[in-house]
Design a protein around this ligand. Structure first.
Ligand code: ADP
Ligand code: ZN
Length: 626
């Protein structure tokens, strides 16, 4: 409700501006023609002026315009003739010049004259006093609101102003396309919200918090709204970034408030957008506002621990940077369920385009599949943007329907914007990523102890990864043999090795792989006792290897300089040998590397089935098929 008061301030401003404009118009119509002092003197001597009002700095009066054309420049004369006031008199104004002979001249000309404090006191009044009064009035009004009214500054801590409550989001799962896996995961949440009683009876475990992870514009907010819409429950949302600029204590109060509101309208969904702004790991260097952020974060944790899932409140949050989140947020009972949204693949993009183009009148030549093919790496929001741009483009040309050419220029436009923000891969980069991922996958396929490849993709994911090869372990593992670790090392190095072999050059894209490989090699040497030269000893206490762990440095045991050198050498050797093995494998499978990379470039995603088909040589007996 408080929101509705806000626009009022805007209306006051509009009112003031309008009045000023009106005043200005009034004043300009009344303003007499300004004459130079010499012109005035000329007119005075010719006895053409009368009824003078002599102020401190100006002289005002009327002119008899008959015959002045001979006395003055034609332009000035014409202007004087036009400058009539409401009584039909031609008025003039002149700036006073130091002129001791003025009064004598006036007397000589026998004109009627009088003195005035300032001939323009009225305009001064209008120009200064009234706006001044208005501003003062506005100020008092604002102060009064600050003191008492809802939505005032003094009340921010208790205000609901920035908690957006939607009774009905009106968004449904049918409004979300191309991210089917995430959609399916959230169906269960909908079922719970629709019928919490049933779950309660069965004693089922309902997640308290769901973290939606995905690149900007992939539809995280949309999906959360769809969950609320499908379940028919209210949607309360706040954005993490809003807490950053607040006064200490205010953010925490607002979080408390949010949960109180939520409990009142439960079952409902609380949605925290940009959770990373709020939930950055505590202690991680930040600029300003740290204390406030931590207090707010702590309050969020307290609230999440405090409420019972059975109350029907479900907390959802979105982030595109899960890696920087405070671990405390991800513990059981908090955001313990993660839903990842990938950028859509070709088919997904086509569906999203179709969805958004539903309302447009499309010309027969429009091929949305072709548009989808031209927009790899685009998120849902980018595609919605393209449809909109295409419609605008067609409208500008006054077309009856949106044509393919409109889509083409829309794509160009949107790509330029995305390139500026560094969010789109060019063709060359895409190629590099394709060979890189193909390298990972082929090495994984050729190692008996490596996990099976489930899916390969060159659709950028998150901020860092430009593509990924997903492996699926066939069973849970608690122990790993040395041979298995070596195979994993190989898989990690496969990406870069492929780049080397194909392009004779390497890219920065392998940084993460190298980091992981080095870590693994170091673990093998210093913790698992898997190096012959160093023997059966550990040199470092294990560090927690859980995902999203805050990066605490491993605890180093005391060892000699010589041992330190040995460790380094052993790590280097492990990596070196792995690199050599991988290069051999990929050179042997060069043809497969080529075909897999080409397939990736075409389809962007290669599933297990497609991979099998690609890697098994064609059946040797076509004769059977006659
Ligand atoms: P995020 O929260 O991930 O940054 P949003 O949910 O705000 O992205 O998406 C912005 C807009 O982009 C949505 O309102 C919708 O119009 C469009 N959009 C994004 N993803 C999709 C999708 N998967 N299907 C349909 N429209 C989408
Ligand atoms: Zn890689």
């Amino acid at each position: 409700m408080e929101e509705s008061k806000r626009p009022l301030t805007a209306w006051y401003l509009v009112g003031v501006v309008a009045m000023l404009i009106v005043l200005q118009l009034l004043l300009t119509t009344q303003t007499p023609e300004t004459l130079s002092y010499s012109d005035f003197k000329t007119l005075l001597q010719a006895r053409k002026v009368n009824d003078l009002t002599i102020g401190d700095s100006t002289i005002e009066g009327t002119v008899d315009t008959a015959g002045i054309a001979k006395l003055l420049a034609p332009k000035t004369a014409a202007a004087l003739e036009k400058a009539t006031d409401e009584h039909g008199a031609h008025r003039f104004l002149t700036r006073r010049v130091e002129d001791p002979g003025l009064v004598a001249a006036l007397d000589a000309a026998k004109v009627h004259y009088e003195g005035a404090a300032d001939s323009h006191w009225t305009s001064t009044l209008f120009a200064w006093l009234i706006p001044g009064l208005l501003i003062a009035g506005l100020w008092t009004m604002m102060l009064r609101r600050t003191d008492a009214g809802p939505g005032s500054i003094a009340q921010i801590g208790h205000s609901h102003a920035k908690v957006f409550v939607q009774k009905e989001t009106g968004v449904h799962f049918s409004d979300v396309e191309g991210i089917d896996e995430a959609k399916e995961e959230l169906m269960e949440v909908v079922r719970f919200l629709k019928d919490p009683e049933r779950y309660r009876r069965l004693g089922g475990h309902i997640p308290k918090g769901i973290l939606i992870v995905g690149a900007p514009g992939t539809g995280k907010t949309l999906l959360a709204k769809a969950v609320a819409g499908e379940a028919g429950v209210p949607f309360l949302s706040i954005s993490g970034s809003e807490f950053v600029e607040m006064f200490v204590g205010v953010g925490a109060a607002r979080v408390r408030d949010l949960f109180q509101q939520a409990e009142k309208v439960a079952p409902c969904i609380i949605f925290v957008d940009e959770l990373d702004a709020l939930g950055k790991a505590r202690g991680v260097a930040g600029y300003g506002g740290n204390e406030e952020r931590e207090q707010t974060l702590n309050q969020l944790l307290v609230e999440m621990d405090g409420f019972d899932t059975n109350s029907g409140v479900m907390v959802m949050a979105a982030t595109n940077r899960p890696e920087i989140l405070d671990r405390a947020l991800l513990r059981p009972g908090r955001f313990d369920r993660h839903v990842a949204i990938d950028r859509p693949d070709v088919r997904g993009r086509e569906k999203i385009l179709r969805l958004h183009a539903r309302k447009l009148v499309l010309a027969a030549d429009v091929d949305l599949a072709a548009v989808a093919a031209k927009t790899p790496g685009f998120a849902g929001a980018d595609l919605a943007n393209i449809v909109n741009e295409a419609a605008l483009h067609a409208a500008r040309a006054d077309k009856k329907a949106v044509e393919m050419s409109d889509f083409d220029s829309a794509i160009d436009r949107v790509i330029i914007g995305l390139e500026k923000r560094n969010r789109v891969m060019n063709a060359k980069e895409k190629q590099t990523v394709a060979y890189h991922e193909a390298g990972h996958a082929l090495v994984a396929e050729s190692r008996p102890n490596a996990d099976r490849v489930a899916k390969i993709s060159i659709i950028p994911r998150g901020i860092g990864a430009l593509g990924f090869t997903q492996q699926q372990p066939t069973e849970d593992r608690y122990l790993l043999r040395r041979s298995e670790l070596l195979d994993r090392l190989d898989v990690l190095l496969g990406g870069r090795a492929a780049e080397e072999i194909v392009f004779g050059d390497v890219s920065t894209g392998a940084e993460d792989d190298l980091q992981k490989a080095t870590d693994m090699a170091r673990h093998m040497v210093t913790q698992y006792g898997m190096s012959e030269r160093l023997g059966q000893a550990t040199y470092e206490a294990p560090r927690h290897s859980a995902f999203l762990d805050s990066p605490a440095p491993p605890e180093r045991f005391a060892y000699s300089e010589h041992t330190a050198q040995l460790i380094d050498e052993e790590i280097a050797q492990l990596l070196d040998e792995a690199h050599r093995r991988v290069a051999t494998t990929l050179n042997e499978r060069r043809a497969q590397l080529e075909s897999l990379a080409q397939r990736l470039l075409r389809d962007e995603v290669v599933t297990r089935d497609a991979l099998d088909e690609l890697l098994t040589p064609p059946a040797p007996a076509p004769a059977l098929r006659s």
